[in-house]
Every structure is written in structure tokens, then in C-alpha cells.
Ligand binder design. Structure first.
Ligand code: SF4
Length: 351
């Protein structure tokens, strides 16, 4: 699909035309990744972060939140719960904590692998090649690193502590791929300062980077961030600003599916937050094939407030599982078995 065609879909307002886009995305999804929905148990193991991302509620400058770091035993216990609930993967997510003991994380991954055999995804930010290799050797399978926007000027505005801009993110994703990880990335929809052209470039970048996983969610302002508190200053005038809407998120989800047919695409928690009744289901019918139920202990969940009003912060892992299973059945889909490796990655590795 050409850039002009992507922009034309992104700016399309007619419901009948958009129904065609949903149908194409759903057909491509069915033909390439099937009807199974894979579940990934999300463990938000620490909200400590050294970085200053302007949109994020747990950025280092926010002194109003209580910081936490789970112990190895606590993390391993969450992984065990994920296994008992039938999930094939756990995702270990945290802020980018420069003081993190990298060996602690390697040992934790190793223990989870030996005790549960689950696939392990890491989402812990930018590190050097040796650290990524250490975690890979410990058994980590996948790595998520969102670039949030492919436009270097906007990226630098939103990440004032970035020295080399968005190219550094792309280089890191390529490095992770060379080390042998399945790689995932994504962007936020409707970031103040985001144009339709930029969003089209983001979508083309997903394809160019040959991602195994793509996560997209609407931008949800957080008052304790520089962006959330000064949103007007960053927002573009008139029609050129992409709205942070539910519909725009479905459009990007559907276009990502069409451009990257065999990639794993989650119906994100941010989507469930802006439409609690049907956000996940609609995402799953417009390109997505993954859900990441939270298995973090409830006492920590409220402290992992990257944006306010996040869905699923009071429910236990078991309650989340029951809710999500019901939602999947309600749209006639089935729960995936096994690790849910991206079909593209599996084909390349002969898995
Ligand atoms: S987006 Fe990630 S790196 Fe940036 S402040 Fe939030 S947790 Fe830290």
C-alpha cells in the first residue's frame, strides 16, 4: 500500500468506506494468523524509571508516585499464575531503570524459563548489546521497544533526554533482531504534534523494520507530565493534528494488519481504557490477534500509572482471565495454544 493510500484511509470519515477497511483487515488477519487469540500475562515488575518521556506518568520527574520493584520470587510467582491460567507467554515490563541490576533480571528470566517453560518477553527500554545478549542467553525470547513516532523532530521533543533521536531506537530494534529476539514496537495515536503524514510514515516503518509484534494505542494525557499539563502548546492547529480517538486507533490497527499480515498485533489496554465495553473486541475484529491480561499483583497495579484511568487495575489475575475469556468467546474466536510465536518469525526459524 502506498503512502498516499494510507493517508487517504487515515483521513477517511465515511462509515461505509471504513466498514470496508475493517472487513479487509479482518480477512487478512484470518488468512494469515487465524482465529486464535494468544494471551500474554503482563507483569509490571517495577515502575522505577530514569527517563523523562514527556507523555509518561511514571517518568523520573514525577515525584508524586510511590516507586516499587518486585522481588524475583514475586515475579516468578506471577509467572506461575500465568502458566496455571494457560498463558503461553509472560511479558516482564518496567521503566528504564539505569540502576537495575541486569544480572537480577537475567536470573529472573532463567528461573521463569526453567520452572514454567513459558516464552518470556522483555519490555525494559534501551540497553547495550552485551546486556541484551545476557538476557537472551538467560532465555528471553522477545523484546518490546516502542518508538512512539518515527518523526525525528517530534521524537526529540517528546524525549528530551535522547541524544541521537529516533534513529537510535530503530538501530536498537535492528540490534535486538540480530541478537535473535522476536522484536516488537509501536506508536501512540494522536500524540500532540502528530500529523497524518507522520502516522503514515510510522506504519511504513513497521513494515520496513519487519516487526514481529506491533502495539498501538491512543494517547491518553496524564496531568503529572509535561505533555499532559501543556497539551495546547504541543497540539497542531486545525485539521492537521491527528485525533487521539478510538476510531483512529482502529484505523492504524487495521492498516498495520494489512501492511504486516503475519505480525502479532495486540488489542491494547489503552484501547480497553477508552472503550471499556467493547474496545478490545472491536480491536480484535479490526486486525488484532493478541491480548495481554495483567497478572501483576493488584497492590502494585495502581502504581504503574503510565496514563490515568487505566483499565483492569483492580481485578485479580483470575478475574482478568475470566473476563477476557468471555470476551473472546463472545466474538466467536478461540484462545491460542502454545507460545504464540509470530508466524513470520516461526517460518524464518523453521519453528
Ligand atoms: S515511556 Fe518508558 S522510558 Fe519513558 S518515562 Fe515511561 S517508563 Fe520511562
Amino acid at each position: 500500500m502506498e503512502r498516499t493510500q494510507i493517508i487517504s484511509w487515515l483521513t477517511q470519515k465515511e462509515a461505509t468506506e471504513l466498514n470496508k477497511l475493517w472487513t479487509i483487515a479482518d480477512t487478512v488477519r484470518r488468512d494469515n494468523v487465524g482465529d486464535e487469540i494468544h494471551l500474554r500475562g503482563l507483569i509490571e515488575f517495577s515502575n522505577i524509571c530514569s527517563r523523562q518521556c514527556l507523555y509518561c506518568g511514571i517518568n523520573a520527574a514525577n515525584s508524586k508516585i510511590q516507586r516499587y520493584q518486585m522481588s524475583k520470587d514475586e515475579i516468578a510467582e506471577c509467572a506461575q499464575i500465568a502458566k496455571e491460567l494457560g498463558y503461553g507467554t509472560v511479558v516482564l515490563q518496567s521503566g528504564e531503570n539505569r540502576r537495575l541490576d541486569v544480572k537480577f533480571l537475567a536470573e529472573t528470566v532463567s528461573e521463569i524459563k526453567s520452572k514454567t517453560g513459558l516464552a518470556v518477553t522483555l519490555s525494559v527500554g534501551e540497553w547495550d548489546a552485551d546486556t541484551y545478549k545476557l538476557w537472551k542467553d538467560a532465555g528471553a525470547d522477545r523484546f518490546l521497544l516502542r518508538f512512539e513516532t518515527s518523526n525525528d523532530e517530534l521524537y526529540r521533543k517528546l524525549h528530551p533526554d535522547s541524544k541521537k533521536g529516533v534513529e537510535e531506537r530503530f538501530d536498537t530494534l535492528r540490534l535486538l533482531k540480530n541478537i535473535g529476539y522476536e522484536i516488537g514496537s509501536g506508536v501512540m495515536i494522536g500524540l500532540p504534534g502528530q500529523k497524518y503524514e507522520t502516522l503514515a510514515d510510522d506504519l511504513l516503518k513497521f513494515k520496513e523494520l519487519d516487526l514481529d509484534m506491533i502495539g498501538v494505542g491512543p494517547y491518553i494525557p496524564h496531568q503529572e507530565t509535561r505533555l499532559g499539563a501543556n497539551i495546547r502548546e504541543f497540539t497542531l492547529d486545525g485539521e492537521s493534528q491527528v485525533p487521539a480517538s478510538e476510531e483512529m486507533t482502529y484505523k492504524v490497527c487495521a492498516l498495520a494488519r494489512i501492511l504486516c499480515p503475519k505480525t502479532n498485533i495486540p488489542a491494547t489496554t489503552a484501547l480497553a481504557t477508552i472503550n471499556r465495553e467493547q474496545g478490545r473486541e472491536l480491536g480484535l475484529c479490526r486486525g488484532a490477534n493478541i491480548i495481554m491480561p495483567n497478572v501483576t499483583p493488584v497492590k502494585y497495579r495502581q502504581m504503574y500509572e503510565i496514563y490515568p484511568g487505566k483499565a483492569c487495575i483492580y481485578e485479580t489475575a483470575q478475574a482478568c482471565n475470566a473476563c477476557i475469556t468471555g470476551r473472546i468467546e463472545s466474538i466467536g474466536r478461540t484462545i491460542g495454544k502454545g507460545k504464540g510465536t509470530s508466524p513470520k518469525f516461526a517460518a524464518k526459524r523453521g519453528l
